[in-house]
Design a binder for this molecule. Structure first.
Ligand SMILES: *Cc1c(COP(=O)(O)O)cnc(C)c1O
Length: 385
């Protein structure tokens, strides 16, 4: 049985059928542990897919961000720059390390980190004599940030980048895999992402020594000795061999999943793209967007309806839609930290106020999508031209 047979979800797990075979293999060999041959193979296969020197499988994308920060020596009193328009998991690990986040606005085209706002933040940090220890660049909704100008700034100030590619596995930037532009990159295999292990994550880098250290910390920091010997604090952050088995089968169908999600986007675009007062997140010319979620901006004055009203209306038909991420600088948890805007006003605020994500799963049927489109059209009250 499915969770709720009638409900149309934003992004639900999409199994290929081959996962069971891999899981059976894990059971037959009794590798039901947070390490094992599927974990090793999954790491190699991801590293090979994104062309990074290595990868470490983790229990979540959040854990991978946390260990990246620790690898970069982020600690108490340090600051870390982070995209404001993101899921809270991008920023929480900054607090785990006792450091302070500084939030950076989006730019209007890709919705990702604005190089203009990043420049303001660097100039301010330089003037106050305290540069950040790291910059977390987030790639939203399956689209890469414009890395060239962002990396140029980070290199100018000699600050390493962590790329949060939790939502962008399979995307590209200038023909190179999303997640491979910083010192570290992270992916998520949470249930709602491009591919899933139910829960899981991956840390990638070209620095194999750093990855070895992450593997050590993620396995309770066990020193090599017959007894249990520990000289550093560690975590229980590794991915289970059973879940890695699911991930391996999922990775084999990643390209199909990208095609399916891009097709979902195309259908929304062809049905709704002409409506005055609707603007879809555009695909940047610098690379492939996976269209993890189809996101669009509505103009409430032109359509006579707010994002909340549209979401409420869709909910009446058992359709799950969501606002665009609520920016971190607006969150009660983070409101006391610094925030740098792109221009005269905050871009991320307006994206949040008027942005909506529609059901975008790779398993969304054409019939269900037609229903979503019809309900969406009913929800917006179009003014006559
Ligand atoms: C999902 C997500 C994460 C966290 O990944 P988990 O595997 O759920 O810990 C981090 N950042 C972004 C932008 C995400 O969407």
């Amino acid at each position: 049985m499915t969770k709720d047979a009638g409900r149309i979800y934003l992004s639900s797990p999409h199994m290929s059928g081959k996962e069971q075979q891999y899981v059976d293999d894990a059971f037959q060999s009794n590798w039901i542990a947070p390490l094992g041959p599927h974990v090793d193979a999954f790491e190699k296969e991801i590293a090979n897919y994104v062309q990074s020197a290595g990868a470490v499988a983790m229990c979540s994308g959040t854990a991978a961000i946390h260990l990246s920060l620790r690898l970069l020596g982020v600690g108490k009193g340090d600051t870390v720059f982070c995209s404001t328009l993101t899921f809270v998991a991008s920023a929480n690990p900054i607090l785990y390390q006792g450091a302070e986040p500084v939030f950076i606005d989006s730019e209007p085209m890709s919705w990702n980190m604005s190089p203009v706002a990043l420049k303001h933040a660097f100039v301010h940090a330089d003037n106050t004599g305290k540069l950040p220890k790291a910059v977390i660049v987030v790639n939203l909704y399956g689209q890469n940030a414009d890395m060239d100008p962002l990396l140029a700034l980070c290199n100018e100030y000699n600050v390493p980048v962590i790329e949060d590619a939790a939502e962008s596995l399979g995307a590209t930037y200038r023909n190179k895999a999303s997640g491979t532009f910083g010192k570290f990159g992270i992916y998520s295999f949470n249930g709602n992402k491009m591919i899933t292990t139910s829960g899981g994550g991956m840390l990638v880098s070209n620095d194999l020594e750093a990855l070895e250290k992450a593997r050590f910390w993620a396995t309770q920091a066990r020193d090599s000795a017959r007894h249990y010997e520990h000289s550093e604090v560690g975590y229980n952050y590794r991915l289970s061999n059973v879940l890695a088995a699911i991930g391996r089968a999922q990775l084999q169908v990643l390209e199909d999943r990208i095609t399916a999600r891009r097709t979902v986007f195309e259908r929304y675009y062809s049905e709704l793209g002409d409506i005055d007062g609707i603007r879809f997140l555009s695909e940047a010319s610098y690379g492939r967007c996976t269209r993890w979620l189809t996101a669009l901006i509505i103009d409430p004055t032109k359509l006579g309806v707010s994002v909340d009203q549209v979401i409420d209306e869709l909910a009446l038909y058992n359709i799950e839609a969501r606002p665009v991420w609520k920016p971190m600088h607006l969150q009660p948890l983070f409101k006391h930290y610094l925030y740098f805007v792109h221009g005269d006003s905050s871009i991320s605020d307006s994206l949040f106020n008027n942005g909506i994500c529609l059901p975008s799963g790779s398993n969304l049927t054409q019939e269900d999508q037609k229903f979503v489109i019809a309900c969406f059209k009913r929800a917006i009250v179009q003014k006559k031209p």
